[in-house]
Write a protein that binds this ligand. Structure first.
Ligand code: MN
Length: 232
């Protein structure tokens, strides 16, 4: 039996709709500028290919249905932004996955929030530095329950919405993704060998904005378990 120098961290896990089983999280990939209107609101006029960044797995905050999950306001920022996103949960790994086989690697889908320290992200962009401090902080990846693929056949043309305190902020359709889900998996798997348990936050539609303590965020995608959290 292995003796660890201290107790290893527990496996990060997300409940799956319709079962007692949990989805064990391995890595979190995120796609940047994957909706044209959001790329424009961020000041980019030329259509460029989307790109990737990562968050640590333990940035996950599970948001159970019917509950308001507390979301701690992070340190070092005065401009915490919400980005509601379709999250793809990988069930079967692979590298150089062809686009026409990519959807077979998906276990299921969830609603996620890519929380962002926008002020720090802007600083890092200006200085040509990595985004980690702006994107990969503790509690930066709220996510709802995972719905298995077979239960959401309409996911590739679904409505995606986020409201703050009941006021609509973000709206889009998943068929507006620049890299569709299959293409994202194909692209990602050229750079990393995807593994079961990997999550992919696929990018946010237009309407990102700041939240402050007390604000209640409500994120939905047609057919998926909604998420509700309160900044505390
Ligand atoms: Mn994002």
């Amino acid at each position: 039996m292995t003796h660890f120098v201290f107790t290893p961290a527990p496996v990060v896990q997300i409940p799956v709709v319709g079962t007692e089983a949990q989805f064990p999280v391995r890595r979190i990939y995120c796609v940047a500028r994957n909706y044209e209107e959001h790329a424009r609101e961020m000041g980019h006029t030329d259509r460029e290919p989307p790109f990737f960044f990562m968050k640590p797995a333990d940035a996950v905050v599970v948001c159970l249905p019917g509950q308001t999950t507390p979301l701690p306001y992070p340190s070092l920022t005065g401009n915490l932004h919400h980005e509601v996103e379709l999250v793809v949960a990988i069930g079967t790994g692979g590298k150089n996955i062809p686009g026409d086989q990519a959807l077979q690697h998906i276990f299921g889908y969830a609603v996620g929030l890519d929380m962002t320290r926008r002020d720090l992200q802007n600083d890092m962009k200006k200085q040509g530095r990595p985004w980690c401090i702006a994107k990969g902080f503790d509690h930066s990846a709220p996510i709802g329950l995972i719905t298995p693929t077979a239960a959401v056949p309409g996911i590739h043309a679904a409505e995606i919405d986020l409201s703050v305190n009941g006021t609509p902020r973000q709206h889009g359709q998943t068929d507006q993704l620049i890299w569709r889900v299959a293409e994202t998996i194909a692209q990602l798997s050229t750079a990393w060998e995807l593994q079961p348990g990997d999550l992919i936050y696929t990018g946010t539609p237009a309407g990102v904005g700041a939240v402050t303590q007390g604000d209640v965020l409500h994120g939905t995608i047609t057919g998926l378990s909604p998420i509700c959290c309160q900044v505390v």
